[in-house]
Design a protein around this ligand. Structure first.
Ligand code: FES
Length: 119
């Protein structure tokens, strides 16, 4: 087994930013992010990140997630490593998050999930 030199090690964070979208769907009528076009928002975010040349190692990864347990604020997404939560409404909100936060590192204050909202 060969040794790995310190400078050959992977960076601590493989992605500069990692985004998770709740796509949870509840069939029993209870509130869920899937009721609010979460799949469409996820698809739009993925395509916008790719189109902006932001996708990939060292940059941005957008992933699906199940319930993030903040359903009362849904639809929600969260951006790490900053742990910034957003409650978005439509595709324009997604575009703004991509351009402002994921591309330029500026949090979109108007879309922040209210801190007190959980499930
Ligand atoms: S259903 Fe989306 S956070 Fe729970």
């Amino acid at each position: 087994m060969s040794e790995t030199k310190a400078d050959e090690k992977a960076p601590l964070s493989y992605y500069a930013r990692h985004v998770f979208f709740c796509l949870n769907e509840r069939k029993n009528g209870e509130a869920c992010c899937a009721q609010h076009q979460a799949q469409e928002a996820f698809d739009r975010c993925k395509s916008q990140v790719k189109a902006a040349g932001l996708a990939g190692p060292g940059q941005v990864r957008v992933n699906k997630a199940g319930c993030l347990d903040r359903c009362a604020a849904g639809p929600v997404m969260v951006v790490y490593p900053e742990a910034v939560w957003y409650s978005y409404v439509d595709g324009h909100d997604i575009d703004e998050i991509v351009e402002s936060h994921l591309k330029n590192g500026q949090v979109v204050e108007r879309l922040l999930t209210p801190a007190h909202l959980g499930r």
